[in-house]
Design a binder for this molecule. Sequence first.
Ligand code: NAD
Length: 304
Amino acid sequence: MRIAVIGAGAMGGLFGARLALGGQEVSLIDASEPTIQAIKRQGLILKSHGGSNTVMLPVGRADDFQNPFDLLIIFTKGFHTSAAIESVKHLVGPNTWAMSVQNGLGNAERIAAVVPNERIIVGMTNFPADLIEPGVVSSHGEGHINIWTASGEDDANVHHIAEAFTAAGLECIANPDVQVAIWEKVAFNAALNSLCAVSGLTVGGVGKSEQGRSLASQIIKETVAVANASGIAAQQSNVATAIQHAFDNHVSHKPSMLQDVEARRRTEIDFINGAVADRGRNAGVDTPVLRTLGDLVKLIESGY
Ligand code: NAD
């Protein structure tokens, strides 16, 4: 498969490297010159429990590439999805698929401005990845990916792509209930990311506090209520179990949103708490705690 990964950061680097090592024809597209130059110079370096792998891949800006790809994997932050997909318009042919397993809600709708909805794959992943420096990615710990078409229709391509990912060591399931998986991850992130970002505490720090646990369970409840009102059978108990696991096992972990706040970078709050609150408003479901935590993150960002 001829694959372009758009956004060669932490996750794009992990997916790009594993897919290339798994025999796929991968190109990396980014908008950051230091990232492009680093990967051109030294290759893409992936450090994981298996050691360090260096892969030499075609890398550049969108304009440096011609001819349609079979699959475009968007791995920018949500607030860059529109610019990223617009930039690769010329690489979309009649058989090109686009995929988003980014966090949050609303990425598929942005991708649909360029790629028809029936050729968009949506999903979620809990593979972890950190960017050490441009072109150097660290990923310790395994995960899985759930994907399905944005349209909800079954399509042989989704199964084919899931098999290719799994063969490359990125365990991937074609799951018709992908929206449940997406919303349960959104509920997890809406609670933990915002609470850690606002409090400055690690995951374990939030879990140790009675108020932290109580706020987390209210955010889960509100998010699941919005999902259920939208016809998606997400379950509070699944998210609560995942959060308890994180409280117990990822004690010193700083979620990406806390890392972003500490580095005074823009966060994905609009795509997580903001997007759930908007959908809640449309569905007539109030989300006071989730909204307030989202507003507090925006307040912190306004002071950068
Ligand atoms: P990142 O910041 O490490 O990488 C994003 C990359 O996108 C950067 O290299 C940036 O230069 C590039 N970019 C920005 N604008 C662009 C454009 N217009 N065209 C091309 N490239 C552009 O982010 P990340 O951690 O890899 O996260 C990507 C997505 O995956 C986010 O939605 C995140 O929430 C999600 N996610 C991350 C993890 C994780 O562990 N890091 C896990 C699951 C999901």
